[in-house]
Design a protein around this ligand. Sequence first.
Ligand SMILES: [Zn+2]
Ligand SMILES: [Zn+2]
Length: 231
Amino acid sequence: MVGAWGVNSYLLREGSSTYLIDSGLIERAPAIVKAIRAAGMRVEDLTHILLTHQHSDHAGGAAFLQWRSDATVACHEMDADAVEGKAPRLGPWFARTLFRTHPVAVDRRLKDGDAIGPFTVVHLPGHTPGSVAFYHASRKILFAGDAVVTSRGRATLSSPWATYDRDEAIRSLEKLTKLSIDVLVPGHGEPLTHGVGSALRAAWERFSHLPTPKHWTLAGPEGLPETHPKG
Ligand SMILES: [Zn+2]
Ligand SMILES: [Zn+2]
């Protein structure tokens, strides 16, 4: 785990492949390079950069690390255009204003259920349309990105203002309650290493009973509050 400015990336070596799950902010790419070296590897050893979603705190450093390593880049097909710079990136306005991003070519556009190395892709739309988790079925580890994060030992959803569609995010949380997970490694917060199933069910219970005002989310103009009443 490489934590940098509150955003987690994960490095996993398996056989002859080395996976980086999320590439952090571009400004923090040197911290990831340092962590790769501290793990006894070279940046050139990276073979796969897997992006859980398009936000710049997770995909911002991908172009730099891909250039240094020649690794392949994969993300869900619904976030791929934004990662490649062919569609506007979603996210809170201040994040889009403050954080630099460099487009990177996506070598593999993922779909729900795809296998990539030891992982199964779990499509969890809501936080962004193409948010995914990477599920390591044999080790029962879920690399969750921002589809579910942790805070003070609890599983929770990421902030409404950073979320594209809150209702969909809650439905995705329910999907996760059906997976067998021993270790939950989130994009923000500390990993959960015990009681993951009950933590996810508790989170889903909490959120599924909350009203979801549409204007909390980034779903687009139809989700904004009415400021000019008709007539
Ligand atoms: Zn995010
Ligand atoms: Zn994030």
